[in-house]
Write a protein that binds this ligand. Structure first.
Ligand SMILES: Cc1cc2nc3c(=O)[nH]c(=O)nc-3n(C[C@H](O)[C@H](O)[C@H](O)COP(=O)(O)O)c2cc1C
Length: 144
């Protein structure tokens, strides 16, 4: 990345920390979060911050217009339904001038060995042709 100092980079990520409370977490909540200075971050969110910090990239968090539930089993049910219906959840907000970016870091948690469907919504909505796309995928065993 350092070889092209004029490149503009963007980190696009989706992350679903299953609680906002740093105390008394269930096992599932612990596994889907990182606590930094008392603030609860999702695992993918944490990796996204590290990438942005180290590359000077802009950052865009993909969030659904209809928020997902924090409850693990409710979230699983919705995720499975979305996957089986090949659904495209609507994204809140937009990336300004996506044309300006050369490198897109594209991060998401593994949901049933696929991307959360909202990542497909993003790919449908934005034309990334000609850009370097660097996926990063986070799951229980770490980041690949
Ligand atoms: C709906 C759903 C499906 C998941 N499916 C898998 C899976 O198939 N394999 C796996 O290793 N982890 C799976 N996980 C665990 C997440 O990948 C893992 O907790 C990840 O670190 C969450 O990242 P986040 O905090 O950025 O959302 C799943 C989690 C959820 C909520």
């Amino acid at each position: 990345m350092g070889s092209n100092s004029t490149a503009k980079n963007l980190v696009v990520y989706f992350s679903m920390p299953e609680t906002t409370e740093p105390e008394n977490m269930s096992r599932e909540e612990e596994l889907s979060t990182v606590i930094i200075d008392g603030e609860v971050l999702g695992n993918t969110q944490y990796v996204a911050y590290i990438i942005a910090e180290n590359t000077g990239a802009d950052i865009f968090r993909i969030e659904p217009v209809t928020p997902y539930p924090l409850n693990h089993s409710e979230l699983e049910d919705i995720a499975q339904k979305e996957q089986s219906e090949n659904f495209r959840p609507e994204i809140a907000g937009t990336v300004e001038n996506i044309e300006q970016y050369d490198i897109i870091f594209f991060g998401f948690p593994n949901w049933y060995y696929d991307m959360p469907m909202i990542m497909y919504s993003f790919l449908d909505q934005y034309d990334l042709a000609g850009k370097t796309v660097v996926p990063f995928i986070v799951w229980l065993l770490g980041c690949r």
